[in-house]
Design a protein around this ligand. Structure first.
Ligand SMILES: [Zn+2]
Length: 173
């Protein structure tokens, strides 16, 4: 698959997982997670102002939020309550698309169980279920957007070529 096609598909997947996340929040009786300043505060408070992975106290400048399960085609995490944890800038960069349990095992050492349980309690608190059975739908979206998007791009590219050809022909004559 050419790079541009997978770019289109991946963008569509990300938007899809954000939209599904909002719907999932509403279905669970929660206010959709944006996050607003107040929503961020709620997440930070759950983790007592510390990074969910390395447990460093979060300086306001270093505080970020991380999608526990990443928003991509294979992991299918949602932008929703229960999947966004408090995280320091350093861990956020380091974890990237890695599995959170593998990453936590590296980061937490003998604190692994305690920190894992705290994260699981967070997920549970918002009744976030990682397995929603959306793989087929997401895979179809990924393929459809790629194909339709590339077809449209090729069509418009041809039109642009014709416009440019017309202009350069005029200049030559
Ligand atoms: Zn950290």
């Amino acid at each position: 698959m050419p790079r541009s096609q997978s770019d289109l598909s991946n963008t569509a997947i990300r938007i899809f997982l954000q939209e599904v996340g909002k719907f999932y929040d509403t279905e669970r009786g929660l206010e959709p997670f944006k996050p607003t300043a107040r929503q961020k505060q709620e997440v930070y408070e759950f983790f007592k102002g510390c990074c969910a992975y390395c447990d460093a106290l979060l300086d306001p400048d270093l505080a970020t939020l991380d999608h526990l399960i990443p928003l991509n085609r294979t992991a299918l995490g949602l932008h929703a309550w229960g999947n966004v944890v408090a995280c320091c800038r350093h861990c956020n960069k380091e974890k990237h698309f890695n599995n959170w349990l593998d990453f936590l095992r590296l980061k937490a050492g003998n604190q692994f169980r305690a920190r894992r349980d705290r994260i699981l309690a967070f997920v549970d608190h918002y009744r976030y279920k990682p397995e929603l059975g959306l793989h087929t739908i997401a895979q179809n979206l990924y393929e459809d957007v790629g194909e339709v998007g590339m077809t449209l791009l090729r069509l418009r590219f041809k039109q642009a070529q014709n416009v440019i050809r017309g202009i350069t022909k005029l200049e030559k004559s």
